[in-house]
Design a protein around this ligand. Sequence first.
Ligand SMILES: Nc1ncnc2c1ncn2[C@@H]1O[C@H](COP(=O)(O)OP(=O)(O)OP(=O)(O)O)[C@@H](O)[C@H]1O
Ligand SMILES: [Mg+2]
Length: 259
Amino acid sequence: MTELLQIKAITKRFGGLVAVNDVSFDVREQEILSVIGPNGAGKSTLFKLICSFLNPTSGEVLFRGERISGLAPHVVARKGVVRTFQETTIFKSMTVRDNVITAHHLRSSATLAGFYLGTQAARRDEQEFGRSADEILDVLGLGGQRNEIASTLPHGHLRALGIAIGLATNPSILLLDEPFAGMNHDETVKAVQMVRGVRERGVTVLLVEHDMRAVMDISDRIVVLNFGQKIAEGVPKEIQENDKVIEAYLGVEDETIGY
Ligand SMILES: Nc1ncnc2c1ncn2[C@@H]1O[C@H](COP(=O)(O)OP(=O)(O)OP(=O)(O)O)[C@@H](O)[C@H]1O
Ligand SMILES: [Mg+2]
């Protein structure tokens, strides 16, 4: 398997606090890799470093062998390293389908102005984007909601729409930070299916998640952070049996590694 992403000795300091401390690991093409760890372990900071929303204090991230650290986040997104969009970036007054169509313009060959002026390229894009949007919505189980106004969607569907918007930008790797947070069991089961669907489209998935059952179920490999440092890396079974990991999770009431 090829390494899509290489995280090399990355460190991020906030003043005196070392949020991410000399972390290295690779992400392979088309795998689902989860990053877990107790609250404050540095998971979200690591994601921000990978997407270049933050600059590392030291170390670097390579995407397909090319350094992406230090590039503007939108440049990194265009290269195919995409973080899912927060609910706040969803256009609440637009339909589900139009939200996903609009997101396609991030990778459009026609300009946004062209889209509105109806140039030939824009018309071609529009048709293609419509088809692609429908396909993505079906993969994510949102086909039945395509014509609903986003503001009327329940929480779980909004989350799925955020992922749909991310997918519409045609990423090579999609980073999902706690996509199952606040979901009940049934919603989580559906969302896990959804993430599998994303991978089946050929997209590599990097996941931060506290729901251990979901993590163990879905991940090919897991990286464990504690106090900013990587303490373990391996397949789910190895992680569940790892003494350092068990110790890191001891005494943490709502996060149990075993189930
Ligand atoms: N912009 C910032 N400025 C200062 N400190 C920060 C900043 N962002 C994060 N931190 C600190 O860095 C540490 C790691 O935070 P981070 O959000 O990455 O943890 P996390 O693993 O995502 O936690 P959680 O599971 O609670 O989401 C925490 O101590 C946090 O308070
Ligand atoms: Mg976090």
